[in-house]
Design a protein around this ligand. Structure first.
Ligand code: RB5
Length: 145
């Protein structure tokens, strides 16, 4: 899978860990985040990953900031993005199955390395269930018109 990865200064170490983890699993990772602890602005990286996903340059995205919240709010402003913050694997699976989330986000100040990997695994291992969920996802898309 082609995965766009983005982060701010609060998540450099966790981003690097996740980058390595995804590559070891055979994924192609486009790193659109920062690799410096110098303070930066998370909306830039949320938007970059959002555009990469909706433009088809990546199949899905992973965003990490301090909480996962700011960077996902920014990504969700890009038309076609459904970014969901997940702090544990059950939510990560359900946001794919029910919401067809095309980006997951989590917080480097909230989850540890192992939990972050479990979140990523749960999301990537899940499939959108369609049916009644498709109707609701279509309704979300309609809100963008
Ligand atoms: C940066 O200090 C922090 O505000 C950011 O990483 C994120 O948590 C915002 O939602």
């Amino acid at each position: 899978m082609k995965i766009a990865l983005g982060n701010d200064h609060a998540a450099v170490e966790l981003k690097q860990e996740i980058l390595k983890y995804l590559q070891e699993k055979g994924h192609e990772v486009i790193d659109l985040g920062v690799n410096s602890n110098e303070s930066c602005n998370y909306p830039e990286y949320g938007a970059a990953v959002g555009h990469a996903v909706v433009d088809g340059k990546a199949d899905c995205g992973v965003l990490i900031c301090g909480t996962g919240v700011g960077i996902s709010i920014a990504a969700n402003k890009v038309k076609g993005v459904r970014a969901a913050v997940c702090s544990e694997p059950v939510t990560a699976r359900l946001v794919k199955e029910h919401n067809d989330a095309n980006i997951i986000a989590f917080g480097a100040r909230i989850v540890g390395n192992e939990m972050a990997k479990a979140i990523v695994d749960a999301y990537l291992g899940a499939e959108f269930l369609g049916g009644r969920h498709q109707t609701r996802v279509d309704m979300i898309s309609d809100l963008e018109k």
